[in-house]
Design a protein around this ligand. Structure first.
Ligand code: CUA
Length: 316
């Protein structure tokens, strides 16, 4: 943890406490040092040229400046190679950070002016305190209740916008137990700068303990159970869970599937697709079905929608 003292190792950047941190910092260091190198090279050369080729006498003619093919090719090829190298490092890091491992522990995040609420798979929730296990991939699926926010955990080197009406996600794997800070990094109004949460990283057993106790205190239904309730009441008339066709596609094996639509397009079934299909079902109609489902915009709470998504995910 950062105890406030500044040493050489934390002068530039906070402690590295995720599997990404090393690679992110490497890319950062390369960009910084390449920039410093070229800044010095160009500025020193410029100053020297200004001195060396100054006009020495009234009436002195400017010498004819011609091009130099070798020089121009050199100063095109070398920077090109450097930026391609940076792109490769950056792109690999980006892809790695964008796609969570399939077995990641999923925590849902609701942002609002000006607080963070975290929902755990067993029904536990916490306000302005994110508790995560160390040494295990954790995926955050996030949405906002009002305006744009952005979730940033410096020690994990992760940042992602949190947007109303859609889900965004990020993932990380913390290296060791400790405590750090989560900040909002999108200007979201008067108390933006106070929109902070504590991040507590616990070892596996302590985390299991915490998450069980946290829900014993709240006695919330796990999201999957919330979803099951909604399913039984509303969806089951048209959607089966055993693969048998009713008026609409079955939920069995639905999540992660490639779905084809009546207009010839296709998409992978993920959180955002399910959300859209609940709120505005006619946006995409699965091939072979009719658009008979009523829109549920405004009829279901965010918690019920998240619950249905968890329930559908569980119908393998
Ligand atoms: Cu939320 Cu700034």
């Amino acid at each position: 943890m950062n105890d406030g003292t500044i040493s050489l190792s934390n002068f530039w950047l906070p402690k590295q406490n995720s599997t990404f941190a090393k690679n992110v910092d490497f890319a950062w260091d390369v960009v910084t040092w390449v920039s410093i190198f070229f800044f010095l090279l160009i500025v020193v050369a410029m100053c020297w040229f200004v001195y060396r080729y100054r006009r020495r006498a009234e009436g002195e003619k400017t010498s004819t400046v011609d091009h130099n093919l070798q020089l121009e090719v050199t100063w095109t090829i070398i920077p090109l190679a450097i930026v391609i190298g940076l792109f490769v490092v950056g792109f690999r890091g980006y892809v790695n950070a964008a796609v969570a491992p399939g077995d990641a522990y999923e925590i849902r995040v609701a942002a609002q002016k000006w607080s963070w609420t975290f929902f755990y798979p067993n029904g536990a929730k916490s306000l302005n305190e994110l508790v995560v296990p160390a040494g295990r991939p954790v995926k955050l699926t996030m949405s906002s209740k009002d305006v744009l926010h952005s979730l940033f955990i410096a020690e994990f080197r992760v940042k992602q916008d949190v947007v109303p009406g859609t889900y965004t996600s990020l993932w990380f794997e913390a290296l060791e137990p400790g405590e750090t800070m989560l900040e909002c990094t999108e200007y979201c109004g008067k108390d933006h700068s106070n929109m902070l949460a504590k991040v507590r990283i616990l070892d596996a057993t302590a985390f299991t303990d915490w998450v069980e106790k946290a829900n014993a205190a709240n006695a919330n239904l796990p999201p999957e159970k919330v979803g099951e309730g909604v399913y039984t009441k509303i969806c089951s008339a048209c959607h089966s869970t055993d693969g048998s066709p009713r008026a609409a596609p079955s939920f069995k094996g639905l999540f992660g599937k490639q779905e084809s639509f009546n207009d010839g397009s296709s998409a992978t079934v993920d959180d955002n697709y399910i959300r859209e299909s609940i709120l505005t079902p006619n946006a995409k109609i699965v091939k072979g079905f009719a658009g008979v489902m009523p829109p549920f915009q405004g009829a279901l709470s965010e918690q019920e929608i998240a619950g249905l998504i968890a329930f559908i995910k569980a119908q393998k």
